[in-house]
Ligand binder design. Structure first.
Ligand code: ZN
Length: 324
């Protein structure tokens, strides 16, 4: 036996146990789902507006991909940025407040300032959010980066705070009063998960949309969270290629599906909780956007039951955010 063959044998010996424990990609396409997946409208719950972005260009991305609605908190420029998108895209834009304001508060005062309910910046944001919720201009507050220690491209941006900290309770109680949502970027650490459950139990009228469905949280953890908390929802941005970021740690642990199909444990989870999942993308590149929606239409929706595919693609978002 030459050296090459011996090396391959060694590979097999070491590779087999790992392969045996890995989740299996579900291979069965539902023909009816595959048919409707090709062109049914999609609601994208992770499209951040930014100061440099032109609303008509984003509308063009949406139109060429059959995306009916899209939105998330403004990356920069606060209220002026999302307001501009709301004005230009009308009901097709799903507006959330607070993202860039909370980033500024964090950059200036660190995690302590961001979690302090009495911080002047937090108080100012609270007053503005209440006005906008009351007037129906926004659907809630987010994306709030409460635990992105392993999931940020910039070291300066990485932090971990208590999900049930005073400022978080303050905004949660506010959205609960106005039938809105908090959207959270939160990795699946056990303490973060426990704190999230405290927040969710504090008022069941309040709702949380987990951005990236818990970032690195596995299907088992998300299942127990959904089981115990009827007021918790997921959007799946960044959990599939090409938006799945390799620099964020273990790629396979975070992947829910790819162009070839859905991980079996996630497929079962989505079918067991079909009214809790929504689509998200999270990119500022038009070509990556096209590829992401193509992967959703080819790698996720055809594997779901037709009724589930419709719910995940757009019906859940329509119901929860009052989209027409
Ligand atoms: Zn995020």
């Amino acid at each position: 036996m030459n050296l090459m063959n011996r090396m391959c044998l060694a590979c097999l010996v070491f590779a087999l146990p790992a392969a045996a424990t890995a989740t299996v990609i579900a291979a069965e396409v539902n023909p009816e789902s595959a048919k409707i997946a090709a062109d049914m409208p999609i609601a994208d719950l992770h499209m951040h507006p930014d100061t440099w972005m032109i609303p008509s260009v984003i509308r063009f991305w949406m139109d060429r991909n059959g995306v009916g609605w899209a939105g998330a908190g403004a990356k920069r420029g606060g209220r002026a940025t999302w307001e501009n998108f709301s004005k230009k895209l009308g009901d097709r834009f799903i507006a959330f407040a607070g993202h860039s304001e909370l980033v500024t508060i964090y950059k200036e005062g660190g995690i302590k300032a961001m979690l302090d309910a009495k911080n002047p910046g937090i108080q100012e944001l609270y007053a503005a959010v209440e006005e906008d919720l009351k007037a129906g201009r926004i659907k809630g507050v987010g994306e709030i980066h409460i635990n992105n220690r392993r999931s940020s491209s910039s070291d300066r941006f990485k932090r971990k705070g208590r999900t049930d900290a005073p400022s978080m309770r303050l905004f949660y109680a506010l959205v609960a009063r106005y039938d809105g949502f908090l959207t959270l970027h939160m990795e699946g650490d056990s303490d973060s998960v426990r704190q999230l459950e405290v927040l969710l139990a504090s008022d069941r009228r309040g709702r949380v949309l987990l951005n990236h469905c818990g970032v690195n949280a596995g299907a088992k953890k998300v299942r127990s969270l959904l089981q115990r908390n009827p007021n918790l929802f997921c959007e799946i941005s960044v959990r599939y290629p090409p938006v799945l970021k390799r620099s964020w740690g273990s790629y396979d642990d975070r992947k829910i599906f790819d162009s070839k199909g859905v991980e079996s444990d996630w497929l079962k989870l989505i079918e067991d909780f079909p009214d809790r999942f929504m689509i998200g993308t999270d990119t500022d590149s038009g070509s990556v956007y096209d590829e992401a929606i193509k992967t959703v239409r080819g790698g996720l929706l055809p594997y779901l039951r037709p009724a589930t595919a419709r719910m995940v693609a757009h019906e859940n978002a329509q119901r929860l955010f009052g989209l027409k």
